[in-house]
Write a protein of this length. Sequence first.
Length: 167
Amino acid sequence: MDMSRWIQPKPESESSEHKIKHYHQDGESTVYVTNQEFPYPDGALIVSRTDLDGIITHANDVFVDISGWTRDEIIGAPHCLLRHPEMPKAPFADMWATLQRGERWYGYVKNLRKDGGHYWVYATVIPNLRQGKVIGYSSIRRKPSRERIKEMTAKYAEMLKNEQEGK
């Protein structure tokens, strides 16, 4: 599914800031990516559900608060709205392949907030079944350890570099 109408990395111009342009039903907005990490509250769980195409159909209050988006902005938007430009493609390709096999996926994700900041999550994503047929997906995210964030930051930077170099 082409998500380009929702989120597009914008080529860098004179400014060294990375910009993400979001297209939505009310127009468009630009997010300037910062290095500001949003503190993930201890014990909080982010819960969301999507349809088969990754369009968000449910977001709990924690998701709304941490992401910085309003509930109205999140519901009906593709989940990739939260994709941080420093996330390589491979974890998401692995997630979709795993889910299409009907299996659970676990992984670390750096998400983009509406204000350009970011937050890390440890995500568990599962297919939602009705009468044996996948009808969508549910995700529960929790706070990862600082040690894992440090490890995944380095790993994802290397993966992203390899992707950009075509390796």
